[in-house]
Each structure stands twice: as structure tokens, then as C-alpha cells.
Design a protein around this ligand. Structure first.
Ligand code: FE2
Length: 432
């Protein structure tokens, strides 16, 4: 047999070790020990972890890398971020949005992040960001899957032309229906917006991803309406509620009723730990609420939970570098997800769970899947998060699209040279 690419001696996320992965015609054709045959390129993974690509199912690519334009967020709150973005919006140009987005996609590929779901604000009547990101989506498609969500940032009912603009954006090819019910003028308008947006998605056969209850107000309960409409319209498995931070502050009895309703309806949850640990609880004195949604409880209820990056260097968040392990690391800490099982869950929350939420085609490491994968400088999923592991090779459709050197440090102590490779410090007793 002759292959395009053969990766030897891989550790897999499911715990198998010493596995070879053979790729041909852009697909994985075999995953087993000691594959016989030649290949155009052979990579020895040397018992490092080979994973399907990182996936970010919640991002804002129209705002990314705009930090400081036209000014910085002084209060650090969501609302000042929205106001600041409102100042920048009329100044956006097609070229500037596309240029920043393409630069971010380069960074993403370098980090093994090969699929991104990005919300795009449709409240600018010019739809500048929509057109720019539709162009970017086409340009990056050979190396990155970009899904776009029509997002009425200033409110579906509250923003003057959002109702019409949302339909225009979908007509132009935006993939998914978004919303922001907690930003409407009243709770009632918020609930009505959820119903209207779910009906649009149902009529057009589209997925839904709604910013939902991104507030510390325990009475913000739009996810309840989202679950109701998902069930009423038969949209199970096609709907995600993003942020859901009010759940952190809700009454425990109410949550004990809400979670089974979400599970029954088939609504997925997307937490954004970096941004929400930074933005929530800003009106608290002490103790300060963490603000991230109830990830362990959602997990226990059988609801798919993914972690998103949300923002990188924009009006809401000044930091970030497309590293989904950093996102997982924060989610792990904020959610007290420190058992071995929970840490592996955090790895899934930035790989296969968001892939499932995005309905990504051909994702995984089985024969028949696309030959998309990342060779990491770590031995297993937990070590990958702990080390924010270097992406040694990033593979798309069977071709290496990014390559990094092992992170190794030379020490010179009392004239005694030594080498530190962080990946060699993994605990001997770890369980895969
Ligand atoms: Fe968001």
C-alpha cells in the first residue's frame, strides 16, 4: 500500500498507544498498530498524543484583533464592550475586517484550531462584517472550517433594522441563526425574540446558536424558552445556548427543573470560561461570583457542553491567542473539574463536543474521517491541557499545514548543562 501520509507510534485520546495512522486522498484510511506500506511523508509521533483538530464553537471574528479601536474598555464589563463595539462598527471596512480575520485564522491553524463557529453582527445596515467574513470563509476553506452565525448584537427587536438585516444575512449565505434575548428591552421581548428566531431557523432548516442569559441576573431565564421552542419545533440536536451565565446565580431548585428540560429538548451548552471569568461578577463586592455556567451539573444531566474562546484582543477581552487548551484550562479551574475524568471531559470540550455541536462532517480519527489532526508535545489529553502543548504538526486533509519545534530549554547550572523538555515531566502513574 502507498499512502500520502503515515503517522507512526501515536497515542490517541481514547488511551490507545503505539498506533499508526495512514492517510490517502485527504481521508484517514487505517488506524492500527504496525501498518505496512510506504508513504510520501512519514512522521514519527514517538508516543506523543495525536488528536483530531481543536474546535472553537463560539467566537466573534468580526471583532477580533481590534483591541484599542477606537479606545479601550475601561470598566471591563460586557455592556461597555457592546457600547465600544457600537462606536467601532460605523468605522469598519470590508478590507480591515477581512485582514484581521485572515490573520486570526493563521494563528488558529498554527494552534491546530481547524474549525471555528463565529458570530457576526448583523446590526450594521451595510452588513460590512457579514460580507467580509463570507469572503474569509471561502478563502480559508482549504485549511479551516468557518461557520457563521447571524448575530443581532444590539437586539433582534431592540435594534431598528435587525429583523430585516438578519434575513438579509441568511440570504447571503450566513449559516446559523443567533440571538441575544437578555439584551432586548424587556424579559417578554427577550422570550419573543427566542420564539421568532427559532421559527426562522426551523423554516430555513438551519442550526441555532443563541447568546443566552449572559448576565449575573438569576431571573434571566431565556434558556427555558430556548429549550421549550427547541422541543416544540422538533429541533433536538440543532440548538446551542451560549454563555448561559445567569445559571450560575439561579436558585438551585429552579436549576434542578431546568437541566432536565434542556436535556429532554436536546439543547447543547457552550461556556466561554476566559471571557466570563473576566466579565461576570463585575457588580459584586465580595464574595464575587465566578459567573461561568454550571458546567459539571450540565455534564451530569447528559447535556453536551463545549468551551468557546469567544473573544481575542477585542472590546471585551484584551488577551487570548487561539489556544483552546488555555480555554480548557480556565474552564477546568472555574468549574472545579479536576478529577481525571473531568479533565478528559475538558479536552473533549475543545475537540469532539464542539465538533458535534457544529455538525462537522468527517471529524475524528477513524478510517473514513477527514485526514485532519494535530501531533502534540504531550502524551495524553490531560498533559495536553496542563502544558498547553506545542502543536508539533498540524495536518489538514493529509497535508502538513503547520509545524513547530519541540519546546526544549537548555539549562546551564554551575557549568552542568542539562535539557528540560516539559513533556518529559508527565507523572509516571497517570492513567490514559
Ligand atoms: Fe459571544
Amino acid at each position: 500500500m502507498s499512502f500520502d501520509l503515515l503517522i507512526r507510534n501515536a497515542n490517541l485520546p481514547d488511551g490507545r498507544t503505539g498506533i499508526d495512522i495512514a492517510c490517502a486522498g485527504g481521508r484517514i484510511v487505517a488506524v492500527e498498530a504496525s501498518i505496512q506500506g510506504a508513504a510520501e511523508r512519514v512522521i514519527d509521533a514517538a508516543n506523543r498524543l495525536v488528536s483530531p483538530p481543536l474546535v472553537d464553537c463560539h467566537f466573534h471574528m468580526d471583532a477580533t484583533l481590534s483591541l484599542g479601536l477606537p479606545r479601550l474598555n475601561q470598566s471591563g464589563t460586557l455592556l461597555e464592550g457592546i457600547a465600544l463595539w457600537g462606536e467601532l462598527k460605523p468605522l469598519l471596512t470590508h478590507e480591515a475586517v477581512a485582514e484581521r480575520a485572515l490573520r486570526y485564522c493563521d494563528l488558529a491553524v498554527a494552534q491546530g484550531l481547524l474549525a471555528i463557529r463565529s458570530h457576526v453582527d448583523i446590526c450594521d445596515d451595510r452588513l460590512v462584517a457579514v460580507d467580509a467574513l463570507l469572503d474569509v470563509k471561502k478563502k480559508v476553506s482549504p485549511y479551516l472550517d468557518l461557520q457563521l452565525v447571524a448575530f443581532p448584537q444590539d437586539g433582534y427587536f431592540r435594534s431598528p433594522n435587525a429583523i430585516e438585516n438578519l434575513e438579509r444575512a441568511l440570504d447571503r449565505g450566513v449559516d446559523i441563526v443567533g440571538g441575544i434575548p437578555h439584551f432586548e428591552r424587556t424579559m417578554n421581548d427577550g422570550a419573543r425574540s427566542v420564539t421568532a428566531l427559532c421559527e426562522i431557523a426551523e423554516k430555513r432548516g438551519l442550526l441555532i446558536d443563541m447568546h443566552c442569559d449572559e448576565t449575573d441576573d438569576p431571573m434571566s431565564r431565556h434558556v427555558e424558552t430556548l429549550a421549550y421552542e427547541t422541543q416544540r419545533l422538533g429541533l433536538a440536536g440543532r440548538v446551542a445556548g451560549s454563555h448561559l451565565t445567569s445559571m450560575h446565580s439561579m436558585d438551585n431548585y429552579y436549576v434542578s427543573k431546568l437541566l432536565p428540560l434542556m436535556a429532554e429538548a436536546g439543547v447543547a451548552a457552550i461556556a466561554n470560561p476566559l471571557i466570563n471569568i473576566a466579565i461576570q461578577g463585575r457588580h459584586d463586592t465580595y464574595p464575587k461570583r465566578r459567573g461561568m455556567t454550571r458546567v459539571p451539573e450540565l455534564k451530569s444531566a447528559g447535556i453536551p457542553v463545549a468551551f468557546g474562546h469567544d473573544c481575542v484582543m477585542d472590546p471585551w477581552y484584551s488577551l487570548g491567542n487561539a489556544d483552546m487548551f488555555e480555554v480548557a484550562m480556565m474552564g477546568l479551574h472555574v468549574g472545579h473539574l479536576t478529577s481525571r475524568d473531568d479533565m478528559r471531559f475538558c479536552f473533549d470540550a475543545v475537540t469532539k463536543t464542539p465538533a458535534r455541536i457544529m455538525h462537522l462532517d468527517g471529524y475524528g480519527l477513524e478510517p473514513g474521517c477527514y485526514a485532519d489532526m494535530v501531533v502534540l508535545q504531550a502524551d495524553d489529553p490531560i498533559e495536553a491541557i496542563r502544558l498547553k502543548a506545542t502543536r508539533l504538526f498540524v495536518v489538514r486533509r493529509g497535508k502538513v499545514v503547520a509545524e513547530s519545534q519541540e519546546r526544549v530549554t537548555n539549562l546551564w547550572l554551575d557549568g552542568r548543562p542539562a535539557t528540560v523538555n516539559q513533556a518529559d515531566y508527565a507523572p509516571a502513574g497517570r492513567s490514559a
